[in-house]
Ligand binder design. Sequence first.
Ligand SMILES: Cc1cc2nc3c(=O)[nH]c(=O)nc-3n(C[C@H](O)[C@H](O)[C@H](O)COP(=O)(O)OP(=O)(O)OC[C@H]3O[C@@H](n4cnc5c(N)ncnc54)[C@H](O)[C@@H]3O)c2cc1C
Length: 406
Amino acid sequence: MTSIVVVGAGIVGLCSALHLLERGCEVAVIDNDPAGQAASWGNAGHVAVEQVEPLASPAMLRSAPGRLFMRGGALALPPRALPTWLPFALRLVAASRPASFAAGQEALAALLRHALPEWEDMLHMAGSPDLLRQEGHFVLWQDAAAARAGQAAWANAATGKASVHPADTDELARLAALCRVPVAGAVRFDGTAQIADLPALRLALREAVLARNGRLVDGTATLRISRGRAEVDGMADHQVLICAGVRSAALMRQAGHRVPIIAERGYHIRSTDHDWPEDMPPVVFEQRSMIVTRYRTALQAASFVELQQPDAPADARKWQRLERHVAELGLPMRGPFHRWIGSRPTFPDYLPAIGRSARIGNLHYAFGHQHLGLTLAPVTARAVAAMIMDEPPAVSLAPFDLERFA
Ligand SMILES: Cc1cc2nc3c(=O)[nH]c(=O)nc-3n(C[C@H](O)[C@H](O)[C@H](O)COP(=O)(O)OP(=O)(O)OC[C@H]3O[C@@H](n4cnc5c(N)ncnc54)[C@H](O)[C@@H]3O)c2cc1C
């Protein structure tokens, strides 16, 4: 029997563990987040199959100055963190060349094509199909010029298996009822989805692992390379799979890999005191770079891309700004707000790292899913399990090899 130790019980690690257990492997998952504070459990819950265009793009570079935090936008480049983000930004510029962008889009689209059916399968395995809500999502604008430009941009964008159309009169009326400010325009996406509740998802996946005799171990894993093999916490003769989000870099460096990942930190506020309709899918307020998601137990507003060290203190101005957005838009959401910060694990080309180490035979990895980790976890998990078990892959993993940074 193949024995595997998975480092990290975020969404990628838990989904991977389940696929490996389904193939008859013996699996132990080690994780040091008992309270469920990782990015996987505080994100916007959006199964974003429309996002086939990598964020490393000529358009993103052009729009970056207008998106800076100091100009009211969501992109934060803290001056003190310059040594952290400058090398990342330079690599991002290189990855945004048209040829790299086109290759990245093809690679991402190949994964995203399977993302929704894989979510259906995953939740079937976890016995919780009701956690997937396939009701699309909205993007809206308050200003007429921004609405025209935004609608035209989405109409011309690649959106994979999702489709987009201008919101109809009824939909506009539903959106207008949410805000005190006028809604100038909106688009509706079909073919995208939402996870109904993140803590419930975490619980369902953990229980599904335990029900298949997988082990969940509390603790911080350390990786040692000994005689050309990877060993986690003295577990010799195991295959090793690193799914530790932004912390994967430190582990993979033990094996001699270059891992130019950064923490793209996002913030959210949540409230249980709200009047958001139960059947409203996620709504993106594009001019505020904010997404509002109704979970079963709370309403959440999330935003910001702060390039930082993962452990730097949170910047309270970001939560204050989210509260201001909510107040200025007049959204039906009242404090006290629960505040959260989490790190998207992001490479400069906005592609994940999924593969088998070219240096250490029993070392495998799946991390770096940037803004799409929730969306891509089940498709990644199936691909990783197939790779470890030497089955033919459903998706080519070549574009996601870490050696691209060697
Ligand atoms: C504000 C925000 C909104 C987002 N919205 C969306 C969205 O709507 N849709 C979407 O698809 N994605 C979204 N994302 C991105 C998504 O949340 C991440 O890409 C995803 O959660 C990454 O999952 P992961 O399992 O790789 O990492 P993580 O969730 O970070 O999990 C890694 C786990 O490994 C553990 N760990 C690390 N090191 C060790 C160690 N040495 N030993 C033991 N355990 C260890 C950590 O404690 C953690 O539990 C969002 C992210 C943010 C911040």
